[in-house]
Ligand binder design. Structure first.
Ligand code: GDP
Length: 312
């Protein structure tokens, strides 16, 4: 990838896509081609093909996806499987037809079996049943991995697939009905502080363990792997460290200066008991994350206060 290469970041408005665009520009890759959703809906095959034929991107980062937390996944299963399948199919096929030099596909750690041995190695893929609360999304992402591998095998498309752990950071979705846990708890903590409420309510038991990676670290890894990794084998991207949901709530309370207590709503699902990635394949290549969870939470808290809470 050269500094003037034409790079298409699909999903450039999202948490991940916007972070990857920032990182690429920081590294001097500033020939980015992008389209607003009104102009290019990647669920539409004809316009996706037309876009690739006209713009001729040389490199593609596929960060466009329908994403959401545990409740959104169980409420909109059709959207999660359909949108993700069709976006991946259209983009990977169009990229191969247009002779793209390299494509980076973003999967998710939820592709691994619910009870995969922890930490989860790349080899755990397709070795057991999935966690039911996000199997629709997971199946679509597994299909994306297989599409990338099939197009590599049959058409020589240099497609690589990254499996990021749970991501967070500035620009995340803070809507309580559709967000992931970290932004949800930032919002709940802020609302409790503002209302002088004595407690915040956390879904489930607080015992599930999750691994959180700052989106700027993910973006750094994505650019690193665009430059340094050319294998069809999937590669995990995470920190190798996890915390319980209770610990996460306490860390957010600490960053916010909130001294109330934590209540648990057992009517809400826990999801998978633990989701920790084995990141040895990535660390062996010489990459490691830079942003500690406590620092990332403090930064995201400030971003929320200045950009979301300030707007009412
Ligand atoms: P997951 O990693 O796919 O399960 O997605 P989430 O980030 O949505 O949820 C992670 C864990 O946090 C689950 O055990 C949730 O029950 C728990 N959790 C606790 N409070 C909340 C909340 O307010 N919102 C969300 N989305 N999850 C929460």
């Amino acid at each position: 990838m050269e500094k003037n290469s034409r790079i298409f970041v699909a999903g450039h408005r999202g948490l991940v896509g916007s972070a990857i665009c920032r990182r690429l520009r920081q590294e001097g890759f500033d020939n980015l081609v992008s389209r607003e959703l009104q102009e290019l809906d990647l669920r539409d095959q004809a316009s996706t093909r037309r876009f690739f034929a006209e713009e001729k991107p040389e490199y593609v980062v596929l960060a466009a996806a329908k994403v959401g937390g545990i409740l959104a996944n169980t409420t909109y299963p059709a959207d999660f499987i359909y949108d993700n399948l069709v976006i991946e199919t259209n983009v990977i096929d169009a990229a191969a037809r247009a002779g793209v030099r390299k494509l980076l596909f973003l999967g998710s750690s939820c592709i691994y079996p619910k009870l995969a041995p922890q930490p989860m190695r790349e080899e755990a893929l397709l070795t057991g049943p999935l966690e039911p609360t996000n199997e629709w999304y997971a199946i679509a992402k597994i299909a994306g991995i297989k599409l990338a591998q099939a197009y590599r095998a049959q058409h020589g498309l240099n497609a690589i697939s990254l499996m990021p752990t749970n991501l967070y950071g500035p620009g995340d979705n803070f809507d309580l009905a559709s967000s992931h846990v970290l932004p949800a708890l930032i919002r709940k903590t802020h609302e409790a502080l503002r209302a002088g409420a004595p407690e915040i309510t956390v879904w489930g038991s607080g015992t599930p363990r999750r691994e959180f990676l700052h989106v700027d670290d993910l973006a750094d890894a994505a650019v690193f792997l665009m430059l340094a990794y050319d294998s069809g084998e999937i590669i995990n991207v995470g920190t190798g460290i996890d915390v319980t949901i209770r610990e996460l709530a306490e860390m957010i309370g600490h960053a916010a200066g909130y001294t109330g207590s934590i209540a648990f709503d057992s009517s809400k699902p826990d999801g998978t008991p633990r989701k920790l990635l084995d990141v040895s394949r990535l660390t062996a290549l010489g990459w490691k994350p830079k942003i500690a969870l406590a620092d990332g939470i403090a930064e995201t808290w400030r971003w929320y206060i200045e950009n979301v809470a300030a707007r009412g």
